[in-house]
Design a protein around this ligand. Structure first.
Ligand code: AMP
Ligand code: ZN
Length: 665
């Protein structure tokens, strides 16, 4: 077997194992064996870029960055669904259908998955495009992100049609969602609200390697295309499964509305055992000819109907509204309830989101309220039983000043949240910021936990994170539950944090909107804290992925004298506030300000190496050609459309050798 055949064979093997693992859920080799094969393929591809394949299993890890998602018009419109809530609704629907079509009618019953809808286009068995639903007529091209979802086949198997679209739902299973949130909480970040929004947000991340890290799944249920050789919805589910798609197994073919209701009743209970959220059943006329006869209304197919499960609700009393203050000063109103059982847990508190929400629902203390649990971590209040309202009740007056420090609250134009602006004096903000600073993904200070931080603040031993570095053993030993050993650990842990690299320090500072990824970008671009402090808003937005909201927040942070004083102190304690010599050694600014597109395969270096060289030398890699592109580095077999676009826009096209000689000068 020659190298080329070997590469193809490995790709096919890995594709099959991916399918076994992610679609069929029955792996036939160990994770370790899989990794070894993947590594082998990676090494071969690295050595032989001439056999590059955009759909290789090695590219599932993502890496491509998209700044603006292109709008794409769907070849077949993505409709929404009509809803029904009772047996009567379904009987009415059936009666309407029977008037419009001849003969008996069968139905498929499918679960209604609660995620982000997606349309995938396949040509000659290869995934060519993934587009969000958008307004149903056009959506966003999110192909680079969708390719990282392991259950989405990049290549099909069996006898598939030449070209078709397949529709389905991208979901985030509960377990993966919970893990993501645990990690966020540990990092001092706000947890995500629910799996559905997080799934759809994941499709719009600019860095596809971030999407790759999320445990997303893709469930498919609808084919669209011409002459697919299929007669019924049920057949299309079976066929799609044969071609390698993850088509949920719960679907059933039934012949009456009574059978539909039996399916609904069964899953209303059983859905709690499913790994992801469902919010109803979708009933579809099975016969495609009958579907054609029925056609569409302006908004939805006449041949399909959604039946919504009743969300689990509990009724209880709202006893008090309290307010929580986050480390950024954001205020969250919390409902304190008479404890009640809901979906197997006791609920005592529920989120009220913000002032608008309270006003919209007219929620008042003393009210009898309906509480619901969706995918959210804490339940929410969805309504008030006005028949039970006591006559003496008063509309809720949202607080106007901070419950902790009494500072008048502010609210920015267009934002729903109120903030306590007293960053430096508000105790929960002070504690929250220090807790964020020491978190695992930030300074990762061993021997110091969130509760100890709260205690240290309460005892007046620290007021900010710089104070951590002047703590002495003698000061901490008298604290509750602090022994000789733990005091030593605390001091040592703080001292050791001076080894944490600049990008994480930048994240630890707790600048609003500067998360891990943004901190990385800023550190890489500016290399030194002083350069960031000196940067204007206009300069900051020039940095890749930095928008005006972030730029403004960074400026605001460093304009505050007290924050700059903190930075000076951190510097004096030896905290890393610049990229080290070693990190710098391989970097220059030769390509600063240049936007470079790389296309095709190369002889001397791999595409990835080329991209890294561009970034390390201050340039920016872009995946699409625009008027801003400085160079197109062209290799063998590059796409004709890129070439054409470059010519049209007058972008300089250079060879690999010319590019490498640029770096030599
Ligand atoms: P709605 O947004 O409430 O109008 O419901 C329509 C949406 O339900 C579609 O856009 C799909 O994203 C989603 N959906 C979930 N499961 C199914 C399914 N089995 N069949 C059709 N649509 C589904
Ligand atoms: Zn306050």
């Amino acid at each position: 077997m020659n190298t080329e055949e070997h590469i193809y064979q490995l790709r096919e093997e890995l594709r099959q194992h991916n399918h076994n693992y992610y679609v069929l859920d029955t792996p036939t080799i160990s994770d370790y064996e899989f990794d070894m094969k993947l590594k082998e393929l990676q090494a071969l591809e690295e050595k032989h870029p001439e056999f590059y394949d955009a759909n290789s299993p090695t590219l599932r890890v993502g890496g491509e960055v998209t700044k603006n998602f292109e709008t794409v018009v769907h070849d077949y419109r993505m409709y929404s669904l009509d809803n029904s809530y009772s047996k009567e609704d379904l009987m009415d629907w059936e009666a309407r259908i029977k008037k419009l079509v001849d003969g008996s009618v069968s139905y498929t019953c499918e679960l209604k998955y609660d995620g982000a809808s997606i349309s995938l286009t396949y040509e000659k068995g290869t995934l060519v495009r993934a587009v969000t639903r958008g307004d149903g007529i056009q959506g966003d091209d999110v192909t680079t992100n969708v390719k990282t979802i392991k259950s989405v086949p990049l290549k099909l198997q069996g006898a598939y049609p030449d070209r078709f679209d397949i529709r389905g739902e991208i979901v985030l299973p509960y377990e993966g969602f919970a893990k993501m949130n645990q990690a966020r909480i540990a990092a001092g970040e706000e947890p995500y609200a629910n799996p559905r929004n997080t799934a759809s947000g994941s499709l719009k991340l600019q860095d596809s390697s971030e999407t790759a890290k999320r445990p997303l799944d893709c469930l498919l249920y609808n084919l669209a295309g011409d002459r697919l050789g299929i007669d019924s919805q049920y057949e299309s589910l079976t066929k799609a499964r044969d071609w390698g798609f993850k088509v949920p197994e719960e679907s059933r073919l039934v012949h009456s509305i009574d059978e539909v209701l039996a399916f609904v009743n069964y899953w209303d209970e059983k859905r709690r055992d499913l790994p992801y959220e469902t919010d109803g059943v979708v009933i579809k006329v099975n016969d495609l000819l009958q579907q054609d006869e029925l056609g569409f209304t302006a908004k939805a197919p006449r041949w399909a109907m959604a039946y919504k499960f009743k969300a689990e609700q509990a009724v209880t009393t709202l006893n008090e509204i309290t307010y929580q203050i986050g480390r950024t000063g954001a205020i969250t109103p919390v409902a304190n309830l008479t404890p009640v059982q809901l979906a197997g847990t006791t609920v005592k508190r529920a989120s009220l989101h913000n002032a608008d929400q309270i006003e919209k629902l007219d929620i008042r203390v003393g009210d009898t309220v309906f509480v619901e649990k969706g995918g959210e971590i804490i339940p929410k209040i969805v309504g008030v039983d006005f028949t039970k309202r006591i006559s003496s009740s008063e509309p809720t007056k949202y607080i106007t000043s901070c419950p902790d420090c009494d500072t008048p609250l502010t609210r920015k134009e267009g934002e729903a949240q109120h903030y306590c602006p007293n960053d430096l004096g508000c105790p929960p903000q002070i504690t929250g910021r220090i807790q964020h600073y020491i978190a695992r993904k930030a300074m990762d200070i061993e021997g110091l936990g969130g509760e100890t931080v709260a205690l240290l603040v309460k005892e007046g031993l620290i007021e900010n994170y710089a104070d951590l570095y002047t703590l002495t053993k003698a000061q901490v030993i008298p604290l509750e539950r602090m022994a000789e050993k733990s005091a030593d650990n605390l001091i040592a842990g703080v001292a050791k944090s001076t080894e944490i690299p600049f990008e994480r320090v930048l994240f630890a500072l707790g600048i609003r909107y500067v998360g891990e990824t943004v901190a990385k970008k800023l550190a890489k671009h500016y290399k030194h804290i002083d350069a960031i402090i000196a940067a204007t808003e206009e300069e900051l937005v020039q940095v890749d992925e930095i928008g005006s909201k972030i730029a403004q927040s960074v400026r605001e942070f460093f304009t505050i004298e007290a924050n700059r004083a903190l930075i000076d102190r951190l510097k004096s304690y030896g905290v890393q506030l610049a990229i080290t010599e070693e990190q710098l050694a391989n970097q220059t600014n030769i390509l600063s300000g240049q936007v470079i597109v790389v296309s095709g395969v190369f002889e001397k270096v791999s595409r990835n190496e080329l991209k890294k060289m561009i970034e390390d030398n201050g340039g920016k890699v872009s995946s699409s050609i625009s008027s801003k592109t400085t160079y197109l580095v062209a290799g063998a077999n590059m796409g004709p459309s890129k070439l054409e676009k470059a010519n049209k826009l007058g972008v300089s096209i250079i060879s690999e050798d010319t590019f490498l000689s640029l770096l030599d000068t």
